[in-house]
Design a protein around this ligand. Sequence first.
Ligand SMILES: [Zn+2]
Ligand SMILES: [Zn+2]
Length: 422
Amino acid sequence: MCSSEHSEEWMLCPQCDLMTRLPPIAIGQKASCPRCHAALIVNWSEPRRRPSGYALAALFMLLLANLFPFVSMQVSGLGSEITLMEIPQVMVSEDYASLATLFMLFVQAVPAFCMVTLLLLVNPLPLPQPLRIGLARILFKLKSWGMAEIFLAGVLVSFVKLMAYGDIGIGSSFLPWCLFCLLQLRAFQCVDRRWLWREIAPQPPLPFRPQAGISGLKQGLRSCPCCTAVLPAERSLCPRCATIAHARRRHSLQWTLALLFTSVIIYIPANILPIMVTEALGDRMGSNIMAGVILLWSDGSYPVALVIFIASIMVPSLKMLAIGWLCWDANGHGRRDSEKMHLIYEVVEFVGRWSMIDVFVIAVLSALVRIGQLMNIYPAPGAILFAAVVILTMFAAMTFDPRLTWDREPENSMKEPSLDGK
Ligand SMILES: [Zn+2]
Ligand SMILES: [Zn+2]
């Protein structure tokens, strides 16, 4: 049995399953996997004070952002002004409670919850151990569902869309919201998952001394997907964080393909049905995503037309193709170029959430453009379908096990993690 002091030195790459022995890492340095270059650990200076400061400041900015008017619009003497909280209220009054819930969850509740959780976990508070473990388990799962910065991008796109119709103004809450987006991203960035789990409980001892440069699967070891502890492959329950997992995610490809197939089916009506209805001087006109892009392009707003085209049409379609390709390749087909497939996986993971921009644009437009007889914008069923496509493809990417891409690789000669400054 390898003692628990030594178990902290060993780490299985969560992305490619390569066993590495972590050298001593200086403050401010980052260790990356020698094979897939995923960041393994970062040794932050002031690991408690830094994230606490950012999280507190972020929460204060979130409070300010909810107190005052957010944005306003003036069209020929008539005006409308909204606060952040009015956006979901308007959607509920239009019978789009599902969109309002998504907005409240992704834009406000999840980022706020994550900031409070960070504060509770990085500071040595007398919390009961099961609560600490439970909070740490959900914290990293929720991370990709916080979409404050994507909403901000949606607000900016709405501004450009509306500039043709009237004067857009920003309220006192707008700047605090921008700061909130930056601060919450930074707070997350300054917390190293492995450090946080070590603070909660020591890594369980290793059953034997591992060999660096060989995948965990080949030596009968697995990495806990939640707390990164190295465990015997046959033990499904992690003794530190109580997460149940296996050496490879069970039925990963089946799940990914099922979710992918569902999203492809929903993607067709999401593109055909209108995503919003514009009512101007008594005329009601529905428009789908492509029609919106064409309208922007013909108005001369080329950059915004491109942003919407890339975020709402290109990214979802390419993402679905890429997930399909990853599954096909992991199933033993293709040219078996693990580095290239890994790059594709990382891009899919990163860009997936950004397709939500269009849903947030509709949220802002339908809340702000309420100018009596002159002009009104309402959400339409296509928006819900489109949101469903984005969420389903996010789940599809999450259920895909990236280690499958690397399993056929021969042993690696590079055993030492690469260190660089952070
Ligand atoms: Zn790796
Ligand atoms: Zn664990």
